[in-house]
Write a protein that binds this ligand. Structure first.
Ligand SMILES: [Zn+2]
Length: 189
């Protein structure tokens, strides 16, 4: 388990609210990952629409190993492009996109960039950067204020997950890891 630098988690919370304000969204409401990507000028491309990707590569990515990857950040002519694994559920895709956007927000420099044909670079990050991007992505989609709102409304995992465009698993994880679950139980008890 990674230890985050002091203040990182509260910085994530204020960043989540800041982007909602910039995009004219409610502080406790959903933040669609696609909107965030557009704001960050991150292009989103479904894997089957990647130009020049061979049938063999596409089959490998979508049929043989659909669970081996979620999204890939590539840079092409200075532009960030996220290639999405469209075999995943919408909730999972939204987390993956928020994760890639988080690398951009955190200004992570890839530990390694693999150059492939056509001047496309595939970014790869180190463990610490991955953990930071995961935490920020979860916070962007479900900041504490949103989790508390959900709690006060009465948690309906399926409905709230769909409202916020996340998987039910992500909703449960955020409720637990932020301590909001515990806070709500104490209030109820
Ligand atoms: Zn990552």
């Amino acid at each position: 388990m990674t230890t985050f630098r002091r203040g990182f988690k509260s910085w994530c919370e204020s960043t989540a609210l800041q982007y909602r304000a910039i995009l004219g969204l409610e502080p406790t409401g959903p933040l669609p990952a696609a909107k965030l990507a557009a704001h960050l000028t991150v292009r989103v491309l479904d894997v089957e629409k990647v130009p020049g990707l061979s049938r063999v590569a596409l089959t490998q990515l979508t049929r043989r190993d659909p669970d081996g990857w979620s999204a890939l950040m590539v840079t092409h002519r200075g532009m960030n492009v996220v290639v999405m694994n469209t075999t995943h559920s919408p909730g999972r895709q939204s987390s993956s996109l928020a994760h890639e956007c988080s690398h951009v927000i955190l200004n992570h420099k890839p530990a390694q960039a693999l150059r492939s044909e056509g001047g496309i670079f595939i970014s790869s990050y180190d463990r610490q950067q991955e953990d930071e991007a995961d935490w920020l992505a979860g916070t962007l989609l479900l900041p504490r204020v949103a989790l508390l709102r959900i709690g006060y409304e009465g948690i309906d995992h399926a409905r709230h997950a769909s409202e916020y465009g996340v998987s039910e698993e992500m909703l449960r994880m955020r409720l637990d890891r932020t301590g909001v679950s515990l806070q709500l139980r104490r209030r109820a008890g």
